[in-house]
Design a protein around this ligand. Structure first.
Ligand code: SAM
Length: 262
């Protein structure tokens, strides 16, 4: 197994380390970190973005699961700035508690692709504590986050992310920018949590349930996938064809369906 700076990359931790200085510079420019801001990096790894971020803002917190990487990060940060590392699984990390009643957090990360969907849902639930997010993800995941009704990539993730955030895909990255190279293309994306959701939803759990059920079987019509929750007549009363498929529905239409459940 090839090592990267003396470390054997762990596949189970989704370790693909960024080594292209041009991409690091583009990430830094997109994030535009300033002293005093509350930056938190997810998965600092060998420090490719950590150190430049620390130089830019003087203080940085990071969440890293791989214990073996922590001593070298601490060592690298010496004399550069204050690096606070939280050892643990980001899927259990309470960002809202970290933000407390202070300034909202700015999250940055070249994310472990193997947990990207659960991680995005974990973060969306805490979006009220987050100022913005800049993430490297698998290109297809960014396409799904940004897609609109009628597009091939439009999915549950599109609706749930867009309910919470404005999505700005920024640039693509080829596998060769990483060591080891992943099998997929990557994309860098900015997520800006809405101050208020763009549509009124009476019960967010219901909304999430409707979206999940509707996209659970994409080929099924709403009449079938929402059986038990909403009668055809109730779907039609929202101005939506019960014979429609989920890929054609807008965010306000999903909200209308959720709000129609008695
Ligand atoms: N930021 C580094 C870079 O750009 O080179 C590393 C990126 S690598 C794709 C993902 C990083 O996330 C690794 O450092 C890995 O150990 C860490 N990681 C994986 N799963 C994690 C989890 N559940 N919680 C926190 N960190 C995790």
């Amino acid at each position: 197994m090839k090592t990267v700076h003396g470390h054997i990359p762990r596949k189970r931790f989704g370790q693909n380390f960024l080594h292209d200085p041009g991409i690091v510079a583009r990430i830094l420019a997109a994030v535009d970190a300033r002293p005093g801001q509350r930056l938190v990096e997810i998965g600092p790894g060998l420090g490719a973005i950590t150190l430049p971020l620390l130089r830019a803002c003087g203080r940085l917190e990071a969440v890293e699961l791989d214990r073996d990487l922590i001593p070298r990060l601490v060592e690298q940060a010496r004399g550069v700035g204050e690096l606070v590392i939280h050892h643990g699984d980001v899927l259990d990390f309470d960002f809202a508690a970290l933000a407390g009643s202070g300034e909202k957090l700015r999250l940055v990360g070249n994310l472990p692709y193997n947990i990207s969907t659960p991680l995005l849902f974990h973060l969306l639930a805490q979006a009220h504590a987050i100022a913005d997010m800049h993430f490297m993800l698998q290109k297809e995941v960014v396409e799904r986050m940004a897609a609109g009704p009628g597009e091939e990539a439009y999915s549950r993730l599109s609706v749930m992310v867009q309910y919470r955030c404005r999505v700005q895909p920024l640039f693509l990255i080829r596998p060769g920018a990483f060591n080891p190279p992943p099998k997929v293309d990557s994309a860098f994306v900015r997520l800006l949590p809405h101050p208020r959701p763009p549509v009124a939803v009476a019960d967010e759990t219901r909304f999430a349930q409707v979206v999940q059920l509707a996209f659970g079987q994409r080929r099924k019509t709403l009449r079938n996938s929402l059986k038990g929750l909403l009668e055809s007549s109730a779907i039609a009363a929202c101005g939506i064809d019960p014979g429609a498929r989920p890929q054609t529905l807008s965010l306000p239409q999903f909200a209308a369906l959720a709000n129609a459940i008695g």
